[in-house]
Unconditional design. Sequence first.
Length: 623
Amino acid sequence: MLVNGPDCELGGRLGVVESRVCDALQPVVQVGASLKIDLRTVRDEIKGGIKRIIEDLEVDSLGEKVKIDLGELRKKIVELKDKMDGGDSIVKTELDALRKAKGTLDGVTGQPSGSIHKAMSELDSKFKEQIQTPLSQKVNDVDTAIGTLGGNFGKHDKKLQEIFGHIKEKVGEIKGNGGSKKTGVDGIVARFETYVTEVGKNMANQTTVHSWLDKILTHNGVVVYRLGKLVDDNKGSRLNGNYNSEKGMHDPIKEKTKAKIQQAGVYRDAESESPVESNGLLTVMLTSLMKLIEAYASVLDDKINVVGNILQGNNNEFVTELVGMIEREIKNGSSRPDKKHLTPAVEATVAALTANARRTAGKINSLLLSDSGNVADMLDHITPIAKKLDTALKGATDPQPQKPPTGQPESPAQAVDSKLGEVRKMVTNEITGTFTSKVKKDLEDAVSKLPTAVEGFNTEAQKQIREAAKTAIKEAAGQFQTDGTGSDISVEKTMHKFHQAYDPIKKNLKSDLEQKVDAELPNADGTNASIHVKLDDTRKFGGYNTYVKQDNDNLKAGELTGKPDAKEGILPQAIGDIKTQVDSALNMIDPQTNGGTATINEKTFAGPFDEIKKELDEIARFG
């Protein structure tokens, strides 16, 4: 060691000062050893503390305590089965609720005060009051209503067959017949249909025109006047003997006018424009006839051009040709009659003919088709109603093909009468017996069984509640698994997660903690392993390592030099610097050195030793 080396041998000029420098390096070496020994003691005490804490917490015996607690818990669960009927049973709440519900049910089904039994005793009176009497009243109301209905038709029978038969008869009269008799609505419609058909035919064969011409020639004042003048102007031999009178002129004028109209195609053009409808609604048929007659008048007007020629005194080709045809018919041989009054008579006749046609069409419209009195529309509306009602009444009163249970054919009305009779009989005579035998008896039988059924249900319910609880307890107790011998509960099997967490703690906690302490404060190497710890890890003792380098080879050999280039740390270097300072100070001690007086005094060593004291105080903090 440095303290034993040649640099620390006292003598020469060092004297007592150099001896103190050597002594200062001695604690530096000793302080490291002391720190390692103290840390070893601390480490051993930490390990002892870990052991005591584990023992105090009873970590090793925790598994046994859990096993004991689980055994007690299983024992208490199993004992619950034996207390199932006691006052503190776990199903006490459920059994109390069942008893309460049974008490409520007894109030309903119990004999003789249960509400069901009370209601049973009132069945007969309630049946008559609520069912039989109201039903009888309703049946009587139906009879009364049928009687009233019959009275309105002069029938006092309470039979729908008679009443509907009477109604059917009257409706049949209203509907009527469209055949040869032409009665009722059907007869009216048939007459109008015949009218449309016949007038259409008559317009085609000019029978209607002939009738119109008859009236014109007989009653039109202008025509009658002109014919009279024509006969007067041609007395003698100018006229054929058959036509020497006013009336005698009618036939040639009618025939030649019809011939000219046919020749001109008046009806053909009118019918092409507005054909007559012979089927369908009456409104459609009459409207088509009216339009045909109007078209006839329009076509004839176009032929004679009344406004443009006759009223202006000009002759029209149609009129001229017609006058020529009549003239040739009425002349007497080669003698030509005076036509001064013939032409005006013909013009007035054809003009009146178109007016007659329009008047006829106007009558059809005003009498049968106008909004104020549309007879055709009313008949179109009434006819299907009357037909439908007649069909319905026939269906209600005529015997049906299928036979009823009686074997006798009957109409729906008769069937209703029959069913009403059965209802009346049932309500009056049979319903009470049916109620007693088919309703009341079965109900009484069922009610009489209620108390027994309720009691049986209650017993079975209690049994099921207890059995369910026992099963649940058995299942719960079965969750506690035993060890291989079957005598003790296995914590590992019963509390597997706990065992997984606890077993490593029991086995490894102490050793793991001790290993951690050993890792932080390991044993020293070599002969000091049993008493020292290793401080080579400068990361853990950085402050101390700054003052004394632990990994320095000189320190490991126990021979610190204090030289700067040895890199032994701040403290060895500071102590080593004392020697250098002492060497410089020797010049001050030896007055012969510089030929002067000695300058050493108390201050010469105060600074260095203060520095040494400071460094030693720093080291003391690690002790």
